[in-house]
Design a protein. Structure first.
Lengths: 392, 144
């Protein structure tokens, strides 16, 4: 029996590509097949399309010129490039990197990789809302520090970090600041200049663009070595024949995000708060994970006490509802979320936490459907749980 | 398919058999911890003369596989003598469910441990020697 409707509430994992984006891309899979590096007309048309996309992304991020945007294969590559590229370029100056305990695996595992080569990495703690203190960053910086990398907004709980303050601390100490803004782009209005970031990662598929393409902002003059070696593509910073259609899609998605983000943010926040209010009135023993205020407008991470998350997600799936336990990139591990653990959430409560992440296609009807379906699921599972005692 | 639940697992997950408690249980097995995300409590009722397990129930905090293995192990033990029940291995539980994803095999170990725990609880209450069983650690990374 298939469920009566489908509700997708996993937009932090990925989003549905917009029609306008696909329409923009299709010609670059069909008619425009030239290599953007070729001098002939076939190549030149592709080059023009890439240049336009670079301007579109630069405009969204508030980068001064297109030359500060480098296209990559996505958020993971951008993160790896920032960390390994800066570490390599500044290896004579030092090998200390500062990051946080709640980063995405792309950051944490890139740092671990450098640790194997002798780098020292400081993982800063967060408070109960998942917030980093700029003061902690300042104190952790030594004369060997080459990079500070702190995510703009957390993918699991949505907490928005004080990146401008952190960037200021880095600037004072003359250390590069990178931020993984994969989740923030399109959901937080910002520009790289007012934040003061030296490097910033973003991904297309989180903003209704295609998978497999992303970008990194590198402030002019920032010392960074390529990690992908080959031809002279992307201003010698990232070799490999450009993914023209993907880049065009990213450009279009960036343009749409720039136009629509303010309104979208307002709508998402209203819907998300309506959802949470409904959950609180229908289900006892809940906890909200993440900062109640400084939080992505679409993200709702809720702990259902006495329960384990996968059993909730599976039951929701049977009803056509897509949500997740933590991050899609960490599913397949048995340990409770590293983000919730760093926030001091105890193991049992962390296991029962579910992330709902809304997107532009969600309606009030969708949320009403979830609010009708979820309470009986939670009740049934709790009655099965040895941790739950009725009347408690 | 690797990482996916079989139809049988989903069947037992959706409609688990023998959920609940036995207030006057003859043996209770308690295993697991919240860090790995599963806690199983298994109750058995044993006929003292024949030593046949006449009823089994469970309460489980855990993933789909933990719930399905709890359901399956309670089904498998009913009507068996404690001697026969002790022969039920984690692999037998997993096989009866049409297999488990590799990362979820530890749930079947947990089910076997819960059963052994319940039987040992029964044996102890009746002044009989308990059974020391060695469990294969199928939990990648830490002790179950």
């Amino acid at each position: 029996m298939s469920p009566i409707r489908k509700v997708y509430l996993d937009n932090n994992a990925t989003t549905r590509m917009r029609e306008e984006v696909l329409d923009a891309m299709l010609p670059y899979y069909k008619d425009v097949y030239g290599n953007a590096s070729s001098v002939h007309q076939f190549g030149r048309v592709a080059r023009v399309a890439i240049d336009k996309a670079r301007e579109q992304v630069a405009a969204l991020l508030g980068a001064a010129a297109g030359e500060e945007i480098i296209f990559t294969s996505g958020g993971t590559e951008s993160d790896n490039f920032a960390i390994k590229g800066v570490a390599h370029a500044l290896r004579h100056r030092g090998s200390h990197i500062i990051t946080t305990a709640i980063e995405h695996s792309a950051i944490l595992n890139a740092c671990k990789c450098l640790e194997k080569d002798g780098a020292k990495v400081t993982y800063l703690p967060v408070d109960a809302s998942g917030l980093i203190k700029a003061e902690d960053v300042r104190r952790a910086i030594t004369d060997k520090t080459v990079l500070v990398t702190v995510m703009y907004a957390n993918n699991e709980v949505g907490t928005i970090e004080p990146v401008a303050e952190i960037a200021k601390a880095c600037k004072e100490k003359n250390v590069y600041f990178h931020t993984d803004a994969v989740q923030a782009v399109g959901k937080v209005i910002f520009d790289v200049k007012s934040i003061g970031a030296d490097l910033l990662s973003m991904s297309a598929h989180k903003i209704y663009g295609p998978k497999g393409v992303g970008a990194i902002y590198i402030k002019k003059g920032t010392k960074i070595d390529a990690i992908m070696h080959g031809g002279h593509h992307e201003m010698n910073k990232r070799a490999g024949t450009e993914n023209v259609a993907g880049i065009v899609g990213l450009g279009k998605a960036a343009e749409l995000a720039r136009k629509e983000a303010a309104e979208e943010i307002k709508k998402l926040k209203e819907l998300r708060d309506y959802f949470y209010k409904g959950l609180v009135s229908g289900i006892p023993h809940l906890r909200l994970n993440g900062d109640p205020e400084k939080r992505l407008p679409n993200t709702l991470n809720v702990g259902f006490k006495y329960l384990e998350g996968e059993s909730i997600v599976l039951n929701l799936d049977l009803e056509g509802i897509a949500a997740s336990t933590g991050s899609a990139c960490t599913s397949g591990t048995l340990e409770p979320s590293h983000v919730l653990t760093a926030m001091g959430v105890d193991a049992a409560d962390a296991q029962g936490s579910i992330r709902f992440s809304l997107g532009r296609d969600n309606t009030k009807d969708d949320i009403d459907y979830v609010l009708a379906v979820l309470p009986p699921i939670i009740q049934r599972l709790r009655e099965m749980s040895p941790l739950y005692e009725k009347g408690k | 398919m690797e990482g996916q639940y079989s139809e049988k697992v989903m069947e037992h997950f959706k409609n688990p058999h023998n959920v609940g408690e036995i207030p006057d249980a003859d043996g209770i097995g308690n295993v697991g911890n919240p860090v790995c995300g599963d806690i199983m409590r298994l109750y058995i009722k044993v006929d003292p003369k024949s030593e046949v397990i006449t009823d089994a129930k469970f309460k489980t905090f855990g993933c789909g596989a933990a719930i399905a293995t709890s359901s399956m192990v309670t089904e498998l033990v009913k009507g068996k003598t404690i001697e026969e029940a002790l022969k039920i291995s984690n692999h037998a539980v997993a096989e009866a469910l049409g297999g488990l994803p590799k990362i979820k095999m530890h749930c079947s170990v947990l089910a076997e441990q819960a059963l052994t725990g319940a039987i040992n609880d029964y044996l102890k209450k009746h002044g009989k020697p308990t059974i020391a069983k060695k469990f294969k650690d199928e939990h990648q990374g830490h002790e179950a």
